[in-house]
Design a protein around this ligand. Structure first.
Ligand SMILES: [Zn+2]
Ligand SMILES: [Zn+2]
Length: 424
C-alpha cells in the first residue's frame, strides 16, 4: 500500500468515526441522564430575579445543572442593584429574599438616600447551592452583540465581537470560546441562540458559513424568538432551519454536524402564563458518567444529549440498520415521532430574498429547496423505529406528545423532544 493509499484509508476511517455509524444512549453502564439548563438571565443583566432566586428555582425543580448566562458579564466582582418601586428589584422582592434566605444573606447598603443590594457572585452561589452528584453550576456568559452566543464552562469573560455582520460575530464568538477552551485545556462549548429572532437572530446561510459552530437553539422558551417561524420576517421554523443547515453543511463535509439544544432564556421569574420568558419550558437531557462540568461538556461535544420541551426519553440508539427512540411515556398521553432527514444529492442551492415591498428584511434569510428536510417517516409506536434506506445524508427525530404544555411559548403548544442527527 502506498503512503497515499494509506492516507485515503485513514481519512475514510476518521470520516466514519465522526459519522458515528452506531450510537447507544441509554442509562446503563454507570451512565445516567442529567437535566440541565444552559440559558438564563438574572439581575446581573436583564433578568428580573436576584441570582440566588434563579438558581433556587432550578434546583427546587429537580434540575441537575445550571448555567447562568447573563449578557456580556460573568457573576464576578462587586455589583450593586438599585432597590426601588421602578426598579426590577423592589423593596417587596428584597423582603421575599430575606424571608427565603435569611436576613444575614441579603446585603443592603444605603448611600445618599439610595438603597442598593449587592448581587451574589458565582463563587457564593456555588458555595450555597452546589451538592456533589446532585446539583452543580456551570459558569457561562451570553456573548452578545450582532449575534448572541452562549459560552459554557468558560473561565473568564469573553468580550463581544464588534463585527458588523452577523456571520462574523457568530464566528468570533464561537472561536473565542474554542480558543479559551484550548488555552485552559478545559472542555467548553458554545451555542448559537434564537436563530429566528429578527435582528438578534442568525439566518441559515450564516450558520452554514460558520461551519465550525456545533450547537444552536432548536427550542428557546422566550416568547419573542419565533421558534415556529415568522412569515413577515421570512423565518422558517427551527426544524426546517436545522435541516437546511445540516443538509448544506454535511453535503460539503460530513464532519460539520450541528446539534440542537433546548433552553429557557429565562428573564421573568415572577409571573407565569403563555409568552414571556419564564423558567421551565426547554432544557437538555445529557447522558454522562458523572455530574461534573467537564464531563457534561464532553457529553455535549459527543452529541450525547437531546433537547426537551416537556417529553422525556429513555433511550436513543442507532446502528447501520435503524434509528430507534424509546419514549418515557406518561399514562393517557400519546406520542407521534417524526423522522426528518435529507437525501444525498439533494439540491443545496439557495437564493437571497428580495427586498420586501421596498422594506429591508432584517438579517434576510436565504431561501432553500424543499428537498432539504423532508419527513422520512412518522409513527405512533413506542419505541419509534426508522429503518435506513441507505440514501439519507442524516436522520434525526422529533417526538410530539398529545399533552398541552403548561405556560407555553405559544398558546396551544404541546410537549416535545428533539434527538440529534445520525450522519450517514
Ligand atoms: Zn439572546
Ligand atoms: Zn438570553
Amino acid at each position: 500500500m502506498s503512503i497515499r493509499q494509506m492516507l485515503v484509508v485513514i481519512l475514510f476511517a476518521s470520516a466514519l468515526a465522526n459519522a458515528q455509524p452506531a450510537k447507544s444512549l441509554k442509562p446503563e453502564g454507570g451512565k445516567q441522564w442529567f437535566r440541565g439548563q444552559t440559558h438564563t438571565h438574572t439581575l446581573w443583566s436583564d433578568g428580573d430575579a436576584a441570582p440566588e432566586l434563579a438558581v433556587a428555582w432550578y434546583k427546587e425543580h429537580k434540575y441537575d445543572f445550571l448555567s447562568v448566562t447573563d449578557h456580556n458579564t460573568m457573576l464576578r466582582g462587586e455589583k450593586f442593584f438599585f432597590v426601588g418601586e421602578k426598579s426590577r428589584l423592589t423593596a417587596e422582592r428584597v423582603a421575599k429574599l430575606q424571608e427565603k434566605f435569611g436576613k444575614d444573606w441579603v446585603e443592603i447598603s444605603e448611600a445618599g438616600g439610595e438603597v442598593m443590594m449587592r448581587l451574589k457572585t458565582y463563587d457564593e452561589l456555588r458555595k450555597h447551592f452546589e451538592e456533589p452528584g446532585k446539583f452543580i453550576l456551570i459558569e457561562g456568559e451570553e456573548i452578545t452583540s450582532k449575534a448572541h452566543v452562549n459560552g459554557l464552562n468558560v473561565r473568564y469573560k469573553i468580550t463581544a465581537s464588534k463585527a458588523e455582520t452577523t456571520e462574523q460575530a457568530v464566528r468570533d464568538h464561537v472561536h473565542a470560546v474554542d480558543e479559551q477552551g484550548k488555552h485552559y485545556h478545559v472542555p467548553m462549548i458554545s451555542h448559537v441562540n434564537h436563530p429566528n429572532w429578527g435582528d438578534l437572530g442568525v439566518p441559515p446561510q450564516d450558520m452554514i458559513a460558520v461551519d465550525e459552530s456545533r450547537f444552536f437553539e432548536v427550542y428557546n422558551g422566550h416568547g419573542g424568538v419565533k421558534n415556529w417561524g415568522d412569515e413577515e420576517l421570512h423565518r422558517v421554523n427551527t426544524d426546517r432551519y436545522w435541516d437546511i443547515v445540516l443538509a448544506v453543511r454535511l453535503t460539503n463535509n460530513p464532519e460539520n454536524i450541528l446539534y440542537g439544544v433546548g433552553t429557557d432564556d429565562t428573564h421573568d421569574y415572577f409571573e407565569r402564563g403563555p409568552g414571556g420568558a419564564i423558567p421551565g419550558r426547554g432544557w437538555c437531557m445529557v447522558l454522562s458518567e458523572n455530574l461534573e462540568a467537564d464531563a457534561i461538556m464532553e457529553a455535549f461535544k459527543r452529541g450525547d444529549f437531546y433537547a426537551s420541551a416537556g417529553v422525556l426519553l429513555d433511550a436513543i440508539e442507532w446502528n447501520e440498520k435503524e434509528y430507534r427512540v424509546s419514549i418515557q411515556a406518561e399514562p393517557g398521553v400519546t406520542y407521534k415521532t417524526i423522522f426528518y432527514g435529507t437525501r444525498k444529492g439533494a439540491d443545496t442551492s439557495s437564493k437571497p430574498i428580495d427586498f420586501e415591498k421596498g422594506k429591508e428584511v432584517p438579517n434576510a434569510p436565504h431561501q432553500y429547496s424543499d428537498q432539504l428536510g423532508i419527513v422520512l417517516a412518522e409513527t405512533d409506536a413506542n419505541p419509534a423505529v426508522y429503518s435506513f434506506k441507505g440514501d439519507e445524508l442524516y436522520v434525526r427525530a422529533k417526538v410530539v406528545s398529545s399533552k398541552l404544555k403548561p405556560d407555553p411559548f405559544k398558546e396551544g403548544d404541546v410537549e416535545m423532544a428533539w434527538t440529534q442527527p445520525s450522519v450517514r
